[in-house]
Design a binder for this molecule. Structure first.
Ligand SMILES: Nc1nc2c(ncn2[C@@H]2O[C@H](COP(=O)(O)O[C@H]3[C@@H](O)[C@H](n4cnc5c(=O)[nH]c(N)nc54)O[C@@H]3COP(=O)(O)O)[C@@H](O)[C@H]2O)c(=O)[nH]1
Length: 855
């Protein structure tokens, strides 16, 4: 049975009105308004837009129309019903607890619950139930005000859902998202931005940045640019910048941001997104670089479609072939010179690339104009991940020059560049081949070693290009002297080799040597003049004179050396004895190298006298006191010293020793008007000769006019201008000059008048037979007359008999040197000679021409 509640207290209306007024408030229940009539209060409650009920023990004792409408029942139906009966079970339980705790509520804080009220129609709506106790006691009266919250809760739920959604986007976005202040701090950032900038969390990032301009951007001006855009346009789009990461590395980002403004258009903050485009930029950069590689690489690159039409070519290919990219693109590739490759060559190459992944080889490439080029081509395939070929890349290098260079190098390796004859390497190879052939046929091979006798002189006198010309002409003449099946090679310098293969006997060598000597005895026309350059030829035969190519060559060299010793226009066939002598010479050369240091040289002196036995001078003649071989005469070692170059230090020693010796004799009161010293051709060519003479004169104190230098006629051949220059320079020092062995060489009468000569020495070979040979007598008479006419002094050497001296005197030669007066003497003996011989001593003026020159 429903217990009828007592009538509401007078204050109910007041209370309800106050509850309506303060429905959102959380203060204690207001006191019942005073001054309102109960009826009016009832009306007010009835009119309230919120449901209102009085509950006692949870049962509705009073309800207004709004509550009735909210439930869909009449007020009468409601009264007497527990409020919880209109609620969902879960809510009913919660409300029941509130009702049960109503006593505790009294005088306390109103309690609000959200609950679902079931409408009679079956629908449910969400309400805010606000309970306020009206009195105390075991069964307090509760005012409950119900307000429909369905729309608000739905809106709040929707908002929450939306917020959750956007928060999730914010939290999980791959792009960085931020809100930042115009003065350069972050208000909020998402985890992605923290990640991009290398921070552990958004909070760490936000805490770190106090000035974005200086802390974020590598280029400090970037932030200014960002802000300018914000100011001017309110947004930035695709704003690219390089920024610092937390770890000190830099990355590239792109930003899109906008300016968020307040109601007064003031800037509240910036919000924007950040994308890390480092990888993208790197790949763009890589693409850019690859593009650059493609356009700037020196190799020609052709990109081919699968069907072997040209996709594109690079500039290097255009430059290499003259073919234009626009003419090639989209067309079947024309890479190879027609006629030099099979028509389907490219297809064959592509098939090989499909099979093996690569093709590499040499090609003849086509050019737009001109001959084909020699190319090195590498073709590779561009494949999909699935392995399907989409393109081919052909890289081509023009190796025409390299090929030519290789050819040149091959030529250089085998041929002498000057004469184009086979060089040592190739000629030795040919010799070996000829030896093999001879072994098979039982025949012989003839090896001829040639050396041009005066080549060095030509080189020194006329220059290297003249020397080169002589070598080229020699090569041509040699080739003309032999059969096509024979070989001619150049070993280097002025050394040539001729190989006669398949010779029957040992006459062939001599025959060809004669032929060569005859051919090379013809003058060589060089630069408007003619020079002579005759070879010495050494001959060996395989197998008699050596079983290996080097042996044959070495023995031919030995034979050649002997031919040279025998004079010009000579050839020699090798004999074992020659080898022994060569060895002796080699040993001597080695000893000679040590002789100066070991002080093994000495000078002997031979007087020069006038017919009245006045001493006019002495000739210093070198001797070598060999520790084992005893005294060696200059004839046996001077040629070797010349050849080896040792003559230069030996010559310097001789000069100094001769001058010193004269000074020593003078110191002993023995006067020698003049000392003659031989100057060999090699010494004469030496650039330092004049300075050496000057120095020695200064250092020894000998007056220049007391030194006479004997040179041979050979200086008149070759570079005469240079020779005259040297002679003049020597003369300028004050020394006198004699031509030694006059009549045996190539004296040109024309040069005789040019050369600043003082004395002609008639060679002893003419003097020797002057009494018995009319010709020699005539030559001697002629030389004397020539000297007289040219204003030279004349000395006859090799005078052994008084009759010879008388004959010479009768021909107006008054100066003599020879055994008749004295042999060359060692210094000590020469001292005795000076002291004991009954000789007058001439003073230097006595050395001037004995016969005055004619007008
Ligand atoms: N570059 C140098 N050459 C030199 C030097 N010393 C000598 N020589 C040259 O060596 C050649 C041989 O000289 P040598 O054996 O000393 O013979 C000289 C005389 O001994 C010899 N002579 C002198 N009188 C007679 C004689 O009456 N009968 C005879 N049978 N021989 C005689 O003649 C040589 C002197 O010759 P020359 O120099 O031509 O006056 C010889 O060519 C020397 O030049 C040196 O230091 N440096």
């Amino acid at each position: 049975m429903v217990q009828v509640p007592p009538p509401p207290p007078t204050g109910f209306a007041d209370h309800a009105s106050a509850a309506e007024d303060r429905e959102a408030g959380d203060g204690p229940a207001p006191s019942i308004a005073e001054g309102l009539s109960a009826a009016l209060f009832q009306s007010v409650v009835e009119a309230l837009p919120v449901g209102t009920a009085l509950l006692r023990d949870g049962v509705i004792v009073h309800a207004n129309a709004t509550l009735a409408g909210q439930i869909g029942e009449t007020i009468d139906t409601l009264i007497g019903s527990p409020l919880t009966s209109y609620l969902t079970p879960a809510d009913a339980l919660a409300v029941q607890k509130v009702v049960e705790g109503a006593i505790a509520l009294h005088g306390g804080v109103p309690v609000r619950r959200i609950a679902h009220i079931r409408h009679i129609s079956g629908s449910e709506r969400v309400y805010s139930l606000r309970f306020s106790p009206l009195d105390n006691g075991p069964h307090p009266l509760l005012v409950v005000i119900t307000r429909d919250m369905t729309a608000q809760v739905a809106a709040e739920n929707a908002l929450r859902a939306a917020e959750g959604k956007y928060r999730a986007i914010f939290e999980n976005a791959v792009e960085g998202i931020y809100q930042s202040t115009p003065d350069g701090t972050y208000l909020d950032v998402n985890p992605a931005l923290a990640r991009i900038y290398g921070y552990a969390s958004p909070a760490e990032l936000i805490a770190h940045f106090t000035d974005i301009a200086s802390q974020l951007y590598v280029d400090g001006t970037k932030r200014g640019e960002f802000q300018r855009l914000m100011r001017e346009t309110g947004e930035v789009r695709d704003f690219t910048a390089e920024v610092w990461r937390c770890d000190g590395h830099t990355i590239w980002i792109t930003e899109n941001a906008r300016c968020v403004r307040g109601p007064d258009n003031e800037v509240l903050y910036y919000e924007g997104t950040v994308e890390d485009i480092t990888a993208q930029r790197q790949s763009q950069e890589t693409m850019r670089l690859l593009g650059k590689v493609f356009t700037s690489i020196a190799e020609g690159i052709v990109l081919l479609e699968r069907d072997l039409t040209v996709r594109t070519v690079n500039p290097a290919f255009e430059a290499m072939t003259g073919l234009l990219r626009q003419d090639m693109e989209g067309r079947p590739a024309r890479l190879f010179a027609s006629g030099l490759h099979e028509n389907d060559f490219l297809a064959t190459v592509a098939a090989e690339v499909d099979r093996a992944g690569l093709w590499r080889g040499e090609i003849w490439g086509e050019r737009r104009e001109g001959p084909p080029y020699s190319g090195e081509m590498t073709v590779t395939a561009v494949r999909t991940r699935a392995g399907e070929t989409t393109h081919y890349v052909a890289a081509i290098t023009d190796i025409t020059k390299r090929k030519r260079d290789e050819e040149h190098i091959r030529f250089q390796a085998n041929f002498d560049m000057l004469t184009h004859l086979p060089n040592r390497h190739l000629i030795m190879d040919r010799l070996e081949q000829a030896m093999h052939q001879a072994q098979r046929t039982g025949r012989q091979v003839c090896v001829m070693f040639l050396d041009l006798d005066r080549f060095k002189q030509i080189n020194d006198s006329y220059g290297h290009s003249a020397g080169d010309e002589v070598l080229k002409l020699t090569a041509r003449r040699l080739r003309n002297c032999v059969r096509i099946s024979d070989s001619v090679g150049r070993l280097g310098g002025d050394e040539f080799i001729v190989i006669l293969s398949n010779v029957e006997d040992q006459h062939a060598g001599a025959y060809i040597a004669e032929k060569i000597l005859y051919s090379l005895s013809e003058p060589f026309p060089i630069g408007g003049t003619e020079v002579f350059c005759i070879p010495s030829v050494g001959i060996t035969y395989f197998p008699d004179h050596g079983e290996t190519a080097p042996d044959l060559l070495r023995n031919a060299d030995v034979a050649m050396y002997h031919a040279k010793q025998g004079g010009e226009r000579r050839y020699a066939i090798f004999t074992p004895d020659m080898a022994r002598r060569s060895l002796a010479l080699l040993t001597m050369e080695s000893d000679l190298r040590h002789a100066l240091a070991r002080d093994e040289f000495e000078l002997h002196f031979q007087p020069k006298v006038r017919a009245d036995l006045t001493l006019i001078g002495a000739e210093a003649l070198i001797r070598w006191r060999h520790p084992e071989k005893g005294l060696i005469n200059p004839g046996d070692f001077i040629p070797l010293a010349e050849e080896s170059g040792l003559i230069l230090p030996i010559g310097r020693w001789t000069l100094r020793e001769a001058c010193d010796r004269v000074m020593s004799w003078r110191a002993e009161g023995l006067t020698i008007p003049s000392v003659s010293v031989n100057v060999s051709p090699r010494q004469f060519q030496d650039q330092t000769l004049v300075e050496t003479v000057r120095q020695i004169l200064v250092e020894t104190g000998l007056e220049p006019e007391a030194l006479d230098l004997e040179i041979t006629e050979t200086v008149m051949t070759g570079d005469v201008e240079h020779a005259v220059g040297t002679l003049r320079a020597l003369k300028d020092l004050g020394v006198t000059l004699s031509i030694d062995d006059f009549g045996t060489g190539y004296s040109s009468l024309n040069y005789l008048k040019t050369f600043p000569i003082d004395t002609l020495k008639i060679d002893q070979t003419f003097v020797r037979d002057v009494l018995h040979s009319g010709k020699d007598a005539a030559i001697v008479s002629t030389i004397i007359a020539l000297a007289r006419n040219l204003g030279f002094s004349v000395v006859a050497e090799g005078v052994e008999e008084i009759e010879q001296a008388e004959f010479l005197g009768s021909r107006d030669c008054q100066n003599f040197q020879g055994f008749l007066y004295s042999r060359p003497l060692p210094p000590a003996e020469f001292t005795t000679f000076l002291r004991t011989a009954k000789l007058e001593t001439a003073t230097p003026p006595d050395l001037v021409p004995s016969i005055a020159p004619g007008p």
